[in-house]
Design a protein around this ligand. Structure first.
Ligand SMILES: [Zn+2]
Length: 198
């Protein structure tokens, strides 16, 4: 018997989901903001919820083994403090803030600091050319042979670069400018940001 295909729609403003299309989002009030997710996108959602649901039984805290987290220093004392003592390998940190507040400047400085400690760092910009970033790096004293720049907005190209070199830290500036060609929704939309981050 053929399995019936279930449709899933998602508001591109707030991420509200529904099994049927709606003209007005009941959550954020946005008009015409629902798009249908394709089967691939629905699969990513299922996988995400599987990871979240792996531990289903509660345990007394005294019986839980502590994970030994070995952090490495970003070579920037204040940034280490904010992260709780350094960068956890394999972790993802989202830096948010109003436009113009200095996110790109801070991240380029941190990328420079990490690379100057001998680690290979990739700085991906979806907003600026390599020449513009180089100018800012000069001003911030962030230059290093270990700091690599890539001006790119396609996720697949970034993934290829990550496989090519053995980077120890990657900065993506910014996540909402990156898009995957396997998704139909617009860059910066809820579906794109969620899947690219995943
Ligand atoms: Zn909404």
């Amino acid at each position: 018997m053929a399995k019936k295909k279930t449709s899933l729609f998602e508001c591109q403003h707030c991420g509200e989901q529904s099994t049927k299309w709606m003209g007005k989002c009941p959550s954020c009030g946005g008009w015409d903001s629902f798009v249908e997710l394709n089967t691939e996108q629905q699969e990513v959602l299922k996988q995400t919820s599987k990871i979240i649901n792996t531990t289903s039984k509660a345990k007394p805290i005294t019986q839980i083994e502590q994970d030994d987290i070995i952090r490495f220093s970003s070579n920037n004392h204040e940034f280490d403090l904010v992260l709780g003592g350094g960068i956890v390998p394999g972790s993802l940190t989202l830096i948010g803030g109003s436009p113009g507040v200095g996110k790109s400047t801070l991240l380029l400085k941190v990328a420079g600091d990490i690379s100057q400690s001998g680690k290979k760092v990739l700085y991906v910009s979806g907003e600026e050319s390599m020449g513009q970033i180089k100018l800012r790096a000069n001003r911030l004293d962030a230059n290093s042979d270990n700091l690599y720049l890539l001006s790119e907005i396609k996720l697949e190209e970034i993934q290829e670069e990550l496989l090519r070199e053995n980077y120890e830290a990657v900065v993506i500036d910014s996540i909402q400018t990156i898009y995957s060609s396997s998704l139909t929704s617009a860059p910066g939309s809820v579906s794109q940001v969620r899947e690219i981050t995943f």
